[in-house]
Design a binder for this molecule. Structure first.
Ligand code: FCB
Length: 465
C-alpha cells in the first residue's frame, strides 16, 4: 500500500503502482434526509421538473450510507490497493459552515476504519459537486467568500480524518461543474451566465489554493492533488469556425484550472474575462505546490461553434465511424495514451488516473450473472494504452476504475450504468459483473509481477484473460 507523499520519487516501478476504484458521495450514499445531513444543490436541482432523466434523484442511490460494510467487502474481494471517495460537505456541515454534524463525521470514521482494516488505502476528495444548498443560496461558487468556506471545511476534514488519511484531493473536475453548472445550465445549480462562469472559475481556483495550504499545515505526511478531466478536443466540422471554437473550448476544458494551479496564469483566451474578479496576489494564492496530478479521462471531444452558448462553442458530433459507448462517448484508447504522455511532459507531476471506465447496457442473465463484455474490452484497451504511455516515459502511478458500483449518473439518472458491480435498484442487491472478476485478475497479476520485481505494472498480456 502506498502512503504519504510522492515528491522526489521518480517512477512507479520504484514506488509500486496503485490500483483502485472511485465513487462519489451524492452518486452512491443516499440517506439524503437522515442523521442531520443538509440539502445540497443537487437535491434542489433534481426536484426541478425536467432536469434529470426519469425524475431520478440521489435520495436513496445505492444506500451506501447503510451498506458501506458490504461495499468495503466487495473492494477487498477485488484486491484493490485504494478507494477514492468524496465527503458529502452537507453531511459534515449541514449549513455549509458553522456547526458540524457529529453523525455525519462519524459515518466517514466508520468507513475509513473499515477500509484500513481491509488493507485498502482511503483517498478523500473534498468536493464532488454536492455544494451545501445554504451556500448555494449565498451565490455558491460565484461568491468570493467560497474560498474561506472551503478552507474551513477542509480544516474540519483534516482535523477529523488526517490521522488516518494521507491522500487528499481538493476538487473533482472543476472544469465540468463550473462549465456545466454556471455556463451551460446543464448541471446544478442550472445557471447559464458568462459572468457567473468566470467568477466560479476564479473562486474555485482560489478555494483550491486555500485548501491545499490548510491540508498541508494540518496533516503530517499528507499527499495532495486536484482531479482534472482532460480530453483532446477536435473540431467537429472542417470549417474555420469549428476550429476556433475548439481552441477556446479546449482552454476552458483542459486549462482553466491546471494552468493557474500549476503555473499561476490563466490561458490566453480566458485571462481577460477573469481579470475583473482578480485581486492582486490571487495567482500566488492559487498556485500552491501539489504532490500529484489526478486525471479523469473518458473520450475525446468533438467541438462545434455554437453562438447560443456563453463561450461560443459546444459539443458537436463525433465522426460516424468512431465506436461509441452506451453514453455515446467515443472509444479512442490512443487518445488516453496521448493525454498521459502530454500531461507528463507539460506538468512533470506524478499522475494518478482517478477515473476511467464506461457505461454499458448491463442486464443480469437468467442465472443472475452480468456478462459485461463491452466494459471488459474497454478497460482492457484503456489499461493497455496506459501501459504504452508508461513505456513511453509517462510517470503514471495509479489507475482507478470509475466506478465500483452502478450509481446516479447526474442528468442521466440511473439509466446509465458505470459500475463493475451491478446494483439492482429495486432491492439494492450488489452483483459483481464479469468485469469485476477481470479487474481482480488484472490486479492479482500486477501484484505477482511487482513481487517478482519485474517492473511490469500489470497491464500486459498476462492480464488479458
Ligand atoms: C465524471 C464524473 C463522475 C462520473 C463520470 C462518468 O465526469 O466525475 O462523477 O459521472 O464522469
Amino acid at each position: 500500500m502506498n502512503g504519504g507523499g510522492d515528491r522526489g520519487k521518480t517512477h512507479p516501478r520504484k514506488s509500486g503502482f496503485t490500483w483502485g476504484v472511485s465513487t462519489s458521495s451524492y452518486q452512491i450514499e443516499g440517506a439524503a434526509k437522515i442523521d442531520g445531513r443538509g440539502d445540497c444543490i443537487w437535491d434542489t436541482f433534481c426536484r426541478q421538473q425536467g432536469r434529470i432523466n426519469g425524475g431520478d434523484n440521489g435520495d436513496i442511490a445505492c444506500d451506501h450510507y447503510h451498506r458501506y460494510a458490504e461495499d468495503v467487502a466487495l473492494m477487498r474481494d477485488l484486491g484493490v490497493d485504494a478507494y477514492r471517495f468524496s465527503l458529502s460537505w452537507p453531511r459534515l456541515l449541514p449549513q455549509g459552515r458553522g456547526a458540524a454534524n457529529e453523525a455525519g463525521l462519524a459515518f466517514y470514521d466508520r468507513l475509513i476504519d473499515m477500509l484500513l482494516e481491509a488493507g485498502i488505502e482511503p483517498w478523500i476528495c473534498l468536493y464532488h459537486w454536492d455544494l451545501p444548498q445554504a451556500l448555494g443560496d449565498l451565490g455558491g461558487w460565484t461568491n468570493r467568500d467560497s474560498a474561506g468556506w472551503f478552507a474551513d471545511y477542509a480544516a474540519l476534514a483534516a482535523r477529523r480524518y488526517g490521522d488516518r488519511v494521507k491522500r487528499f484531493a481538493t476538487f473533482n473536475e472543476p472544469n465540468v461543474f463550473t462549465l456545466f453548472g454556471y455556463g451551460f445550465g446543464w448541471h446544478a445549480p442550472g445557471i447559464e451566465d458568462r459572468t457567473a462562469l468566470h467568477k466560479a472559475i476564479h473562486y474555485v481556483n482560489l478555494s483550491h489554493g486555500a485548501a491545499v495550504d490548510v491540508l498541508r499545515q494540518a496533516i503530517t505526511g499528507v499527499s495532495i492533488g486536484a482531479i482534472h478531466n482532460r480530453q483532446p478536443c477536435y473540431p467537429a466540422g472542417p470549417g474555420r469556425e469549428d476550429e476556433a471554437a475548439t481552441q477556446i473550448f479546449a482552454e476552458y476544458w483542459n486549462d482553466a484550472f491546471p494552468l493557474p494551479q500549476q503555473f499561476g496564469s490563466y490561458p490566453p483566451g480566458l485571462a481577460e474575462a477573469i481579470t475583473p474578479f482578480q485581486k492582486p496576489g490571487d495567482m500566488a494564492l492559487i498556485a500552491r505546490p501539489v504532490d500529484w496530478f489526478g486525471l479523469n479521462h473518458y473520450a475525446p471531444h468533438y467541438i462545434k461553434a455554437d453562438s447560443s452558448k456563453v463561450i461560443g462553442s459546444s459539443f458537436g458530433a463525433a465522426p460516424p465511424d468512431v465506436p461509441r459507448t452506451a453514453m455515446d462517448w467515443p472509444i479512442v484508447p490512443g487518445a488516453f495514451r496521448d493525454t498521459l504522455i502530454d500531461l507528463h511532459s507539460r506538468f512533470r507531476l506524478p499522475i494518478y488516473v482517478l477515473e476511467n471506465g464506461t457505461a454499458a447496457v448491463d442486464k443480469p442473465d437468467s442465472a443472475g450473472q452480468v456478462r459485461d463484455m463491452d466494459r471488459m474490452a474497454y478497460l482492457q484497451a484503456y489499461t493497455s494504452a496506459m501501459q504504452e504511455a508508461i513505456a513511453a516515459g509517462a510517470d503514471v502511478r495509479g489507475y482507478f476504475v470509475w466506478s465500483l458500483l452502478d450509481n446516479f449518473e447526474w442528468t442521466a439518472g440511473y439509466s446509465q450504468r458505470f459500475g463493475i458491480v451491478y446494483v439492482d435498484y429495486s432491492t439494492l442487491k450488489r452483483v459483481p459483473k464479469a468485469s469485476a472478476r477481470w479487474y481482480a485478475n488484472l490486479i492479482a497479476d500486477a501484484r505477482r509481477s511487482r513481487d517478482k520485481a519485474t517492473g511490469d505494472v500489470g497491464c500486459g498480456p498476462a492480464a488479458q484473460r
